[in-house]
Design a protein around this ligand. Structure first.
Ligand code: SF4
Length: 469
C-alpha cells in the first residue's frame, strides 16, 4: 500500500501560542479528510523545528507546504535552508523535489500564491456581503505591500484581475497598506455605493484589526457608513483570507499538483518505524521518559506527568485525544507558552487514556522529534551540529549570533539549557544512555534550538540583561 505524509510548515512563535494555532487547525481539517496517512506540523520557532520535522514523518513520500500567504524570505531562504533542501531563492511553480535520506521530499510554493485563492477571496467577500451585485458593489483586495518583495503584490493584482474578469462586481481594486496605491486613497478610486474589503492577510492581527480600519476611516466595525465626495458608501469589512476554512482545499490542491505524475511509491520509512516500534515495546512495559509516565492499562495506555504518579484518577483531568494533550500542555502552570517542550515546565494535573495510534500522536505533541532523536542516539547514529555551524548558517537578524563569544554562549546556555531535559551534544556533552536504557531524563540535543539562538542574539545585542526575555 502506498503511504504519504503531508507536512505543513508554520512560523510559530517563542512568545505566544496563537501563532501555531492556524496551522493546527488546517492540519486537523486535512487529517479529518483521510487523504494522507499523516499530517505533520513543523515550525521555525516551535517544535518540531524545521531541522527536525522531516525525521518525524512516517513515510518515504513527503509533501511540504509552507503555510505562508506570500513568497519571501521564509519560503525562499529560511525553510529550504533549515530543512536541508539544497535550494535557495524563488521556488518554481512545480515546486522543488529532492531525495533526502531515503525520503522523496516535495516542497511547494506557499498556499497564498495558489490560483484558487481567488475562490477564498470570493468566499470572504460573500460572508461580509451575501447579496453583493455587479450593479452596485465594488471589491477591494487589500494586500500588505512591501518594497522587499514585489511578488506578494503581484499575487494581489492577479487575484484582483481574476475577480474582475468574473464580472461579479462593479469594479475590483488592488490596494496596499504599505505602498501605492495605498488603501487610504480608496474614496478617490472606488465609486460604487457598496464596497467589500477583503484583506489578503494570513491572520487576524494588528494590521487587520487596527491599521487597515484606521487607514480606511472605518470604525473597526464590520459595516461602516462613510460619507465621501461620491455620496454615502457602505463598507463591508471581511475577515482575512488566511483563516478561511477553504484554505484547506487550497493546500490539498497544492499537494496534489506537487505530486503530479510522480512515480514515487511511498512506503513506511524504516528508521522512523524502528524508533516508534522501540518506543511501543517500552511503553507496553511501562516507561518514564522526560517528565511523563506511560503505563499499559487494559489494552490501552495511560499517560500522565511523572510527578502525578499514584494520584487517584479522579484528582486529575482526563484527556481523551492527542489534541487534548497538546492543548493542555501548550502552557506551563503559570500560563506561559512553551515553545521548547523539553524545558522542565510541563504542567501537572492531567492524565490521558488512549489506544496505540493516539498514544503515538499524543507523544509527538508532548515531545516533538524526541523519540526519533533519542532512538538515533541509542543507535549511535545521531550526528550533532556544533554551535559554530549553526551560527554560521544564520541570516537576517540572527546573523549576529556569530559574534557571540564562547563566554556569552555559555552564559546564555547555562540559563536556557539549564532548565531543559536535553543534553547538549552540540556543545560536546556526552549522553551514554537514554530513556530507552531506563534513564528517564536522558534526551539528546543534537543542535542548538531556535529559542537558544534567539536568546544568544539578545545577549549579543546587549538586550538580555538579568532574567528571561
Ligand atoms: Fe534544550 Fe538548550 Fe537544546 Fe534548546 S539548545 S533544546 S534549550 S538543550
Amino acid at each position: 500500500r502506498l503511504m504519504r505524509s503531508l507536512v505543513l510548515i508554520g512560523h510559530g512563535s517563542h512568545l505566544n501560542g496563537e501563532s501555531a494555532a492556524a496551522v493546527y487547525r488546517y492540519a486537523e481539517m486535512i487529517r479529518a479528510r483521510g487523504l494522507y496517512d499523516e499530517v505533520v506540523e513543523g515550525y521555525w520557532k516551535e517544535e518540531p523545528s524545521l531541522r527536525q520535522v522531516l525525521k518525524t514523518t512516517a513515510s518515504t513520500d513527503v509533501t511540504v507546504i509552507p503555510m505562508f500567504i506570500s513568497e519571501g524570505y521564509f519560503t525562499e531562504t529560511v525553510i529550504p535552508r533549515e530543512m536541508g533542501l539544497g535550494h535557495q531563492g524563488p521556488v518554481p511553480p512545480e515546486g522543488v523535489a529532492r531525495v533526502l535520506g531515503g525520503r522523496t521530499v516535495r516542497y511547494t510554493l506557499p498556499y497564498g500564491v495558489h490560483p484558487s485563492m481567488s475562490d477564498v477571496i470570493l468566499a470572504r467577500a460573500h460572508e461580509a456581503l451575501p447579496d453583493s451585485s455587479p450593479e452596485d458593489t465594488a471589491l477591494i483586495v487589500l494586500g500588505h505591500g512591501t518594497t522587499r518583495n514585489e511578488n506578494s503584490n503581484k499575487i494581489v493584482y492577479q487575484n484582483a484581475e481574476v475577480l474582475r474578469q468574473s464580472g461579479q462586481f462593479a469594479s475590483v481594486h488592488a490596494l496596499f497598506l504599505d505602498e501605492d496605491p495605498k488603501v487610504g486613497t480608496w474614496p478617490e478610486m472606488v465609486k460604487a455605493p457598496r464596497v467589500v474589503v477583503v484583506p489578503f492577510f494570513a491572520s487576524e492581527g494588528w494590521h487587520t484589526l487596527e491599521t487597515i480600519p484606521e487607514d480606511m476611516g472605518l470604525e473597526g466595525a464590520v459595516t461602516t457608513f462613510v460619507d465621501n465626495p461620491n455620496g454615502q458608501q457602505t463598507v463591508y469589512y471581511a475577515k482575512p483570507v488566511g483563516t478561511h476554512s477553504a484554505v484547506a482545499d487550497v493546500i490539498l490542491h497544492l499537494a496534489e499538483e506537487a505530486a503530479g505524475s510522480s512515480t514515487s511509491d511511498g512506503d513506511t520509512e524504516r528508521v522512523h518505524d524502528a524508533a516508534w516500534n522501540a518506543f511501543m515495546d517500552r511503553a507496553r512495559q511501562g516507561l518514564r521518559f522526560g517528565e511523563v509516565l506511560v503505563q499499559p492499562e487494559s489494552g490501552m495506555f495511560e499517560l500522565r506527568h511523572a510527578l502525578d504518579e499514584g494520584k487517584p484518577g479522579h484528582e486529575l483531568q482526563t484527556l481523551v485525544t492527542p489534541e487534548g494533550v497538546r492543548d493542555f500542555t501548550r502552557r506551563d502552570e503559570g500560563g506561559h507558552h512553551r515553545p521548547v517542550h523539553t524545558l522542565r515546565n510541563m504542567p501537572r494535573g492531567w492524565r490521558a487514556v488512549m489506544g496505540q495510534a493516539d498514544l503515538v500522536r499524543a507523544v509527538q505533541y508532548l515531545y516533538p522529534a524526541v523519540i526519533e532523536e533519542t532512538y538515533a542516539q541509542s543507535c549511535h547514529t545521531l550526528r550533532p551540529t556544533p554551535w559554530a555551524t549553526t551560527a554560521r548558517r544564520q541570516t537576517g537578524i540572527y546573523a549576529k549570533v556569530q559574534k557571540a563569544t564562547p563566554e556569552q554562549l555559555e552564559e546564555v546556555a547555562a540559563d536556557v539549557c539549564g532548565g531543559c531535559l536535553r543534553t547538549r551534544l552540540w556543545a560536546g556533552e556526552k549522553l551514554p544512555q537514554t530513556f530507552f536504557d531506563g534513564v528517564p531524563g536522558a534526551i539528546p540535543c543534537a543542535e542548538a534550538c531556535t529559542f537558544l539562538v534567539a536568546e544568544v542574539r539578545e545577549e549579543v545585542a546587549g538586550k538580555r540583561g538579568g532574567g528571561a526575555s
